[in-house]
Design a protein around this ligand. Structure first.
Ligand code: ATP
Ligand code: MG
Length: 456
């Protein structure tokens, strides 16, 4: 890792180096917090976790050839050098910030309430047509995940596409300090994390902390269909580039055509050029995500042909509208997370599916005091879309079921209070030819439902 000697690392995190003078200039080859991934030449960062304490693995990582260790504790007779810090989590951010600034790469930072991972995937797929790209793996988007992603950067990378997720004020400021994005993308200002951020204006304020470290020649790319983002006129003299499907934004799409579960086609327009594109993942929101990727692609010099190729090469991520064909039932595995916006979007795709339309929906978390109303709205939406069988599981989902029943649009509505009961009755509820949407907030662990469906 470029310029990452133990001495520099200790300086970057304000830690105290314990070890021999000659080892001080040794360069670390990688940085990890996972003792199982500790390899020759690495710096192992010991983090006191809830279940396991990383400090317990210090002897074993030295056996695996670790160059050094970062520890919150004083170590007696360690098998190699170590850097002592007050907080490993704080230290990791300081080190990542220093490392990022050693690298001559462009960083694309993506935030927003919904669709960060999905948008990150399209942006990375597009940019990979021209550049060597490193992207956040999975959902490593927080104050630990982001630094760990930065540590995976190497000289050969030209662009980093980084997901940045928050739930409190000040958090995005700290993430931006690490990432120093050259291009900032915000997908939308929704209704997640209302517990801490109060209302959508609070969310807007918290998310826009991403601009705090933006350079003068930076670029801001925003969803112009979002009424809150649309109010941003200028930041540090930089005018945002808006994308959207409502009205003619600088980057926009029209002639949108659903291809059922195979995806969604649209014509994308940017800089006076137009191109017909098939986004291989269904849902209207995927058009918006493709537009965000188009705007980023244009900002980084890609042609419309390259952008089209990147969008069409997109691969689904597990748990996010991942279509699984199991025998003659189709499972829409969208279990990774949920909120009112994405629930409604997924129900809209289900509406156009073949066969009997079944939605297994669970509780949505972190919605604040209006959570019952928001669950009811999803229930109304399911009824409006005439879902044949709606199964609601969880505590607050009863409001979803009640609203759907009151509306009368669904063929049948079932309220199953617990996961255990759901898994037991599932085989008797599903018929051949069904298309089954599975969606809830992450804490509901609806991946168990997807697993069970694949055993039927
Ligand atoms: P997290 O906060 O958990 O990291 P995220 O912002 O990364 O979430 P995704 O995982 O990309 O969001 O998507 C969550 C859900 O929202 C998925 O079900 C997906 O189908 C839907 N979705 C994706 N993009 C959008 C969008 N632009 N607008 C609305 N819904 C979207
Ligand atoms: Mg995510």
């Amino acid at each position: 890792m470029k310029n990452m000697s133990l001495e520099k690392i200790a300086q970057a995190c304000g830690g105290v180096y314990h070890g021999s003078e000659e080892m001080k200039q040794s360069i670390v080859e990688s940085i990890t917090t996972d003792s199982r991934q500790a390899a020759k030449g690495c710096l192992f960062v010991a983090i006191p976790g809830e279940r396991v304490d990383g400090h317990d693995f210090i002897p074993s990582v030295f056996e695996k050839g670790a160059l050094a260790v970062l520890s919150e504790k004083e170590l007696e007779n360690p098998a190699g050098p170590y850097i002592q810090v007050a907080s490993s989590l704080e230290a990791v951010k300081g080190i990542a910030e220093y490392y990022r600034q050693q690298l001559d790469i462009k960083v694309v930072g993506i935030t927003g309430s919904v669709g960060k991972t999905s948008t990150k995937e399209v942006i990375a797929s597009v940019l990979a047509q021209k550049y060597n790209v490193l992207k956040t793996l999975g959902n490593f988007n927080n104050e630990l995940g982001l630094p760990l992603t930065v540590f995976r950067l190497r000289d050969e990378h030209q662009i980093a596409v980084l997901e940045m997720g928050i739930s409190h004020f000040g958090e995005m400021h700290r993430l931006a300090k690490v990432a120093r994005p050259d291009i900032c993308v915000i997908t939308n200002i929704g209704q997640c994390h209302l517990e801490f951020l109060k209302d959508r204006d609070g969310i807007l304020r918290a998310k826009t902390e991403i601009f705090d470290f933006l350079k003068e020649d930076g670029c801001i790319i925003l969803n112009g269909d979002d009424d809150k983002l649309d109010t941003i006129e200028e930041v540090k003299g930089i005018k945002p580039i808006f994308f959207g499907v409502e009205g003619q934004k600088p980057v926009y799409a029209d002639e949108i055509e659903s291809l059922g579960l195979s995806g969604i086609a649209c014509t994308i327009h940017a800089d006076g050029e137009s191109i017909r594109v098939t986004v291989p993942i269904p849902g209207w929101h995927m058009v918006l995500n493709a537009l965000a990727a188009t705007a980023v692609g244009r900002a980084l010099g890609l042609t419309m042909q390259e952008i089209k190729a990147g969008i069409e090469a997109l691969e689904p991520v597990g748990g996010r509208f991942h279509i699984i064909n199991h025998g003659d039932i189709q499972i829409i595995d969208d279990c990774y997370n949920a909120n009112p916006v994405s629930m409604k979007a997924s129900l809209d795709v289900l509406r156009d599916a073949k066969g009997r339309k079944v939605a297994i929906l669970g509780d949505m978390g972190e919605l604040g005091e209006n959570e019952e109303q928001m669950h009811a709205e999803v229930g109304y939406h399911a009824a409006k879309n005439k879902i044949d069988l709606l199964i609601c599981t969880g505590k607050i989902s009863s409001h979803m079921a009640e609203a759907a029943m009151a509306n009368g649009g669904c063929g049948e509505v079932l309220q199953v209070p617990t996961m255990e009961a759901l898994l037991t009755c599932l085989p008797s509820l599903i018929q051949s030819g069904d298309t089954v949407l599975v969606k809830a907030s992450h804490f509901m662990h609806f991946e168990k439902v997807v697993e069970k469906l694949q055993e039927i």
